[in-house]
Design a protein around this ligand. Structure first.
Ligand code: F6R
Length: 242
């Protein structure tokens, strides 16, 4: 695991966007694993910016998102499909037919999870996985005590995550209590993973994930097992690292 500290949020975000661009330039048919959340909004804005100035060809890229809320249709404005369209897919030349996000309203959720995992394998696995980290230590929606060998499945969201994300909904009770998420093993199997965390509120969980013991209580500590993982933090998020 490699840790890179940048002066501020802007510099950390720029580095992560540059790593995505390099991946796509080096391999235009890359399979990207994508994340959502507030931290990623800035990454996608930066990517769109670089694309506008320098031109990045996303037309042969495939993407798999980490997660989707159970009960939200793709058209729902709070779904992660809507988020991805808004922040990235509608703004670059990606072929939307090659963008995959779990279907939160699938009739058979277990089958949906199995199929999602199979589609990732059929695409040849994930070349580059983008990650954020929740204050609960989750990556994707793999909440504390997620099995290290877990695959895509339905997870109940923990109270800290509900507190973290409910302000993003018109009213707190509208936030779904469950999500489909790629598993820890799905993430660990990616060929490269890059996690971005910015701001002081992430300092404690970053220290636990990077320097604490490998434990399913802090899901992100499982990244210590990843063969090629880079953690990018700003100085605020790096505050409690030794
Ligand atoms: C969502 C996801 C989550 C977020 C995490 C951080 O797709 O993967 O693990 O990355 O909850 O969210 P923010 O950036 O809003 O703090």
């Amino acid at each position: 695991m490699e840790v890179i500290v940048r002066r501020d949020k802007e510099a950390a975000t720029d580095l992560v966007a540059r790593l995505v661009v390099k991946q796509v330039m080096d391999d235009p048919t890359s399979v990207l694993g994508l994340a959502t959340g507030r931290t990623m909004e800035a990454v996608y804005d930066r990517l769109v910016d670089i694309d506008a100035k320098e031109g990045v060809d996303f037309s042969h890229v495939s993407t798999f998102n980490l997660d989707e809320y159970v009960g939200l249709a793709p058209e729902d404005e709070n779904s992660y499909r809507s988020y991805m369209n808004k922040y990235l897919f509608d703004r670059v030349n990606i072929n939307k037919a090659n963008t995959y996000i779990p279907n939160g309203i699938a009739e058979d959720l277990e089958e949906e999870c199995r199929m999602y995992e199979a589609k990732i394998r059929a695409a040849g696995g994930i070349d580059f996985q983008l990650l954020g980290i929740g204050s609960s230590g989750h990556i994707g929606f793999n909440e504390p005590l997620s099995a290290l060998l877990s695959l895509t499945r339905v997870k109940a969201l923990n109270p800290e995550t509900i507190e973290q994300n409910s302000p993003l909904f018109p009213s707190p009770e509208m936030m779904p209590r469950r999500a489909i998420t790629m598993g820890v093993d799905t993430i660990i199997k990616s060929r490269r993973a890059v996690l971005l965390a910015t701001g002081e509120s992430k300092a404690e969980i970053i220290a636990k994930a990077v320097e604490g013991p490998l434990t399913s209580i802090v899901t992100a500590s499982a990244l210590q097992l990843h063969k090629h993982c880079t953690i990018v933090v700003d100085e605020d998020a790096a505050k409690l690292l030794k």
